[in-house]
Design a protein around this ligand. Structure first.
Ligand SMILES: Cc1cc2nc3c(=O)[nH]c(=O)nc-3n(C[C@H](O)[C@H](O)[C@H](O)COP(=O)(O)OP(=O)(O)OC[C@H]3O[C@@H](n4cnc5c(N)ncnc54)[C@H](O)[C@@H]3O)c2cc1C
Length: 409
């Protein structure tokens, strides 16, 4: 058995935990970041074939920790967004040229971001990155937390940051209850190659079973045009689609795309994700704090889950740095309370909004359909309302932490 003391222990090295570690490193905090999986497994397309629509706010955070420069050549700008009700030819149209704020966001492959973050942490000054070991036991002590790892290491930390995902054991150990429900929807995700250029336009069709989103990606090395597909189906219907032979799956894609990008074919094996909502009733406890999906999971209809998590990272680090500068013990509840106040309402608001959007659009009830058509028409004609939605999606509204406001530490 080996024993180790540290200022901060991050449980979970997913995209959120790794970013947290990179920001803490940049601010000079000594931390341990623990993940039960090995990086060789995590940093592959097979492990996570999703892409993320990185908002302008998140881009600034990645810029501040020196990641953006390395990923920007693989980040496809979203210059326009088209939102259509079903297969209706009328759509709500957002154009970044009208906002004067630049691109709406960038589509990047999760595995590329993960690879860069892992590399950053492996070469960091202050982070001890432990992989292939799980946290098996958690015990609160007088003014610290003791963690028992599967390799028999015992870690004592002043503060534990739980970034261990939606099924967070840490949240359970802390006795923090959640509000949650399932959407009975499955997202089928894959990369598709298509004949025509997407012209940096993201398209989202709201179908009765859920959103069908086509997100523009950078061309591959051979110059093939690519998009990331998020195809939502009722939970019960997804297995049949996933079991289709490639030829039949591609035939269905052709029908679903309706020729808008010419001939289409899947070039990665479709992966599936069940969709649910989960929100922790509180984010903090003495010497412990929840971030990212350990605190909140939302419907991906607006592509905001990780963006919210990166904002958690930015706000928590700002609160910790401020406390340290004032000579306060940063693991105190009064300090952590600031983080909770800052983030919980914002995350809850996005959870409610995405839940409402999904309920409004994922059905085929005549009266609701008429309301939607009128609603989309009204929004299209009201530039201030459009600007409001655009700023939300870009992650530039509300009280911004310094990293996101300035793009620097
Ligand atoms: C279809 C789909 C599309 C999406 N698109 C977008 C998008 O466009 N934009 C966006 O912002 N968000 C998007 N999201 C959301 C985003 O993908 C998630 O929010 C994000 O991946 C969650 O990251 P995380 O680090 O919080 O959790 P996880 O990825 O679940 O990481 C948790 C980590 O903790 C580790 N762990 C767990 N327990 C232990 C333990 N006991 N000991 C050690 N390690 C442990 C796990 O191994 C794992 O690596 C999408 C989600 C879906 C499903």
């Amino acid at each position: 058995m080996s024993e180790q003391k540290t200022e901060i222990a991050i449980i979970g090295g997913g995209l959120a935990g790794l970013t947290m570690a990179a920001v803490l490193d940049a601010y000079g905090f000594k931390a341990v970041c623990i993940d039960r999986d090995k990086p060789q497994k995590q940093a592959t397309e097979k492990f996570d074939g999703r892409t993320t629509a990185i908002s302008a706010g998140s881009r600034r955070l990645l810029d501040a920790i020196g990641i953006w420069d390395d990923i920007k050549d693989h980040a496809c700008p979203i210059e326009q967004i088209r939102v259509a009700d079903g297969t209706s030819p009328k759509f709500l149209h957002f154009d970044s040229l009208e906002t004067g704020l630049g691109d709406f966001g960038w589509i990047i492959e999760n595995y590329r971001l993960r690879r860069l973050l892992i590399n950053r942490i492996e070469n960091s000054k202050h982070i001890d990155y432990k992989t292939g070991v799980a946290v098996d036991h958690f015990e609160r002590q007088k003014s610290a937390v003791q963690l028992n790892l599967s390799d028999k290491t015992v870690i004592t930390a002043n503060l534990v940051i739980a970034a261990d995902g939606v099924k967070s054991k840490t949240r359970e150990w802390l006795g923090i209850p959640v509000r949650k429900w399932s959407y009975d929807q499955t997202a089928i995700v894959c990369t598709v190659e298509h004949e025509l250029d997407h012209e940096n336009i993201a398209v989202e069709h709201f179908m009765p079973a859920g959103p069908f989103a086509i997100l523009p990606m950078t061309d591959d090395e051979k110059g093939h045009h690519r998009s990331s597909l998020v195809w939502t189906e009722h939970g019960g219907d997804a297995p049949e689609i996933l079991a289709l032979p490639d030829k039949d799956f591609n035939k269905m894609l052709d029908i679903k795309f309706g020729g808008q990008l010419g001939a289409v074919k899947a070039v990665t094996k479709p992966q599936n994700f069940t969709l649910d909502l989960c929100h922790a009733k509180k984010y903090i406890a003495p010497n412990a704090v929840l971030i990212a999906e350990a605190a909140h999971r939302i419907h991906p209809i607006a592509g905001q889950g990780l963006n919210l998590s990166l904002r958690d990272v930015a706000c928590l680090s700002e609160v910790l740095v401020e406390a340290r500068n004032l000579g306060l013990e940063y693991s105190n509840l009064s300090v952590l309370q600031k983080y909770q106040n800052w983030r919980r309402t914002d995350n809850l608001a996005m959870a409610v909004m995405t839940d409402g959007l999904n309920r409004l659009f994922s059905n085929n009830i005549g009266a609701v359909r008429a309301l939607r058509t009128t609603g989309l028409g009204i929004i299209q004609k009201m530039p201030p309302v459009k600007r409001f939605f655009e700023k939300q999606a870009m992650g530039l509204s509300g009280k911004l932490p310094k990293i996101i406001k300035t793009g620097t530490l």
